[in-house]
Design a protein around this ligand. Structure first.
Ligand code: MTE
Ligand code: MO
Length: 469
């Protein structure tokens, strides 16, 4: 339809509450759904999660919406189209290095806007085994760089010497692999550790993790072409196109034994969930290092360096390391601790959410969450209790990567359980802990794993909820 108004995404974003009306987008259409909110069969709270943004990621999760009847209903609320030249109409503030950051989905809870850091709500997280791209957490340390696919190059170097320079097409010529892997930030669940004692870091909930499909060339195949002898080097470094004010790129490295292991499934990814990588997640290419802390999964990949040394970047040397609970900012020596690589076993309760009122059904409440371990270690069990561990109930692992080979369980595992509750309880505290294939378990509390940067926050997840008989 051409008789309609045109709106920029920025304008749409302003219509995210009842007073200014609730607008959503679907494909190129803009819809005013204000009057429909109360009539939504799935409840008003679910539909308002899309307010000011696209409804599409929700319809990927709640796929029962993909019917002609619902498309027609939506069409009846159409008020316009998204501006084709949205980017041009958008008034960029010349002084703000973040002015050209992409538009984000409003359902993401923003923990930091510049640089942009945001996560989905816990209950959205466990709605699907594969996290919709728009709802995947974002962790940027710098403004999102503008990379032009036509001029994009990936430099391959051994120490200081550039060996080759690949363009986007060169990378696409390598055999195409698709893997499913979770990516988790080293600071996931930090807000709970911060309750133990003050620490420095963004206040992440349980949502600094997502599970996606990643398609691209294998790092193994690209490195093989350099014909280097693995024994002569120790690390493979990655640099992003995002630069700090001094012109230094974001950087990180992984051990060469990992980088040159074909079974590590490390991908130079140009697709996420079957679509070109979006800008926030590293367009046009990022490295996915399955089972390894998010920080090493360098986005907007510009350079790969085979080296005797680890990356010299701040993020490798002076951050993303663990310390004793007694280490403080006066005595910390970052050079004394190794950089985090493979992550420890972790789990989280996602529904119900903390302090939510839960309906008791047949003496039971339904609890859902995720569990994951680094290094490709499979989740073999999730234990749940609501009597401080007197009775442990084994959760049902309802979604996992059944095709994953031994030691290559990169995806998360989703679990659920109907937990018995006592008739006269008004509230209950649920605890969850996971066990991985090496029988690694989670520590009970944050007390003894607290660290000044708030990393590796994998204590039992404890959630208090109110009960409605
Ligand atoms: N790569 C670059 N170039 N710049 C960054 O700021 N952040 C890292 C990593 N790769 C980062 C980066 C961190 S700390 C995490 S947790 C993941 O990207 C987040 O990936 P996502 O934003 O796609 O979820
Ligand atoms: Mo991170």
């Amino acid at each position: 339809r051409t008789d309609l108004n045109t709106y920029t995404l920025e304008e749409v974003g302003k219509h995210d509450n009842m007073e200014s009306h609730i607008w959503v987008t679907f494909k190129e259409g803009v819809y005013d759904i204000t009057d429909f909110i109360q009539k939504h069969p799935g409840g008003s709270s679910k539909i308002t999660m899309a307010a000011g943004s696209s409804i599409e990621p929700f319809w990927k999760i709640f796929a029962n919406h993909n019917t002609l009847e619902i498309y027609e209903l939506l069409e009846s609320m159409r008020i316009g189209n998204i501006s084709k030249s949205d980017a041009l109409l958008y008034k960029a503030d010349q002084d703000d290095p973040y002015a050209e950051d992409p538009q984000r989905h409003k359902a993401l809870k923003v923990n930091g806007s510049k640089p942009f850091c945001a996560e989905p709500s816990p209950s959205l997280l466990v709605e699907s085994f594969i996290t919709p791209t728009e709802l995947f957490y974002v962790r940027n340390h710098l403004p999102v760089p503008k990379v032009d696919m036509k001029t994009y190059t990936l430099e391959l170097a051994v120490e200081e010497t550039t060996q080759r320079s690949l363009n986007f097409e060169d990378i696409k010529k390598y055999p195409k692999y698709t893997i499913r892997s979770a990516v988790m930030c080293g600071g996931n669940r930090r807000s709970e550790m911060a309750q133990e004692k003050h620490l420095k870091g963004l206040s992440w909930g349980v949502g600094a993790v997502g599970n996606a499909t990643w398609t691209g060339a294998r790092l193994y195949d690209v490195l093989k072409d350099l014909k280097i002898n693995e024994d002569d080097y120790n690390h493979v470094q990655f640099e992003g196109y995002d630069l700090d004010p001094s012109g230094t790129p974001y950087g990180a490295s992984i051990p060469i034994s990992k980088a040159m292991d074909p079974r590590a499934d490390i991908i130079l990814a140009y697709e996420m969930n079957g679509q070109p990588l979006p800008r926030d997640h590293g367009f046009p290419i990022r490295v996915i290092v399955p089972g390894v802390v998010g920080a090493r999964n360098v986005k907007w990949l510009g350079k790969i360096i085979v080296s005797k040394e680890e990356s010299h970047s701040q993020w490798q040397q002076g951050d993303y390391k663990g310390f004793s609970p007694s280490t403080d900012w006066d005595n910390v020596d970052f050079s004394k601790a190794p950089a985090i690589q493979e992550m420890p076993v972790i789990s989280a309760i996602c529904t119900p959410e903390p302090l939510q009122t839960v309906k008791v059904n047949d003496g039971k409440i339904n609890v859902k969450g995720y569990a994951w371990s680094g290094g490709g270690r499979k989740i073999i069990r999730v234990d749940v209790t609501n009597d401080q561990g007197k009775t442990w109930h084994t959760a049902n692992l309802y979604a996992e990567d059944v095709n994953a080979k031994e030691g290559r369980h990169w995806s998360w595992t989703l679990w659920n359980i109907d937990l018995p509750v006592n008739k006269d309880w008004k509230e209950t505290e649920i605890w969850a802990k996971a066990v991985d294939a090496s029988y690694n378990v989670q520590p009970e509390s944050f007390r003894n794993i607290w660290n000044l940067r708030g990393l590796l926050c994998n204590a039992y997840h404890k959630v208090k909820v109110k009960l409605e008989p």
